[in-house]
Write a protein of this length. Sequence first.
Length: 197
Amino acid sequence: MSFDQAIRSILRHDPDIVMVGEIRDKITADIAVKLANTGHLTFSTLHTNDAPSAVTRLYKMGIETFLLAYSINIIIAQRLVRKLCVHCRRPLSKEHWPAALQIGLTEEELESGRIYEPVGCPKCHNGYKGRVNIAEALYFYPEVRNEIVKSINDIDEERIRAIAEKHGMLSMRRSGVERMRDGLTDLTEVLYATAED
């Protein structure tokens, strides 16, 4: 039984929600888009660096721009960062304040003592215990859809990002800064996870 036949067999059961494991090739991408266009809530995964590049990746797999624009509602890109241990974390040292200011934190936030760094204790591993995600969510606003449809030879990821950020999308780095404000992770983790941003 081929993948295509398996999907057809599943659709005979009339599901409302379908999960397509991972989109790696044109056949899987075509099936995921067809499912979405026939009214099924379709979830899938795709390996890219950020949310806007997922659109380009699908386009390069051979999905038409009008299908991309109208079959996708949201793309969420995420990365995991190590979570600070709540038992031993301490306020960020002043020597690291310049880097923290550069990524968007304010001096008031740093002075408040609620931006932390790892220490290490018997309850954790070098100041970290567990992981937490940082994410960016690209909603397909009408402007984003129009930008994709009007793309002729290549999709402008930076233009899509600019439109989405105008509507309030947090970049991966800004999401990391929010996690720092919540006391969940630290400067080193955010800078490492978002090095290319």
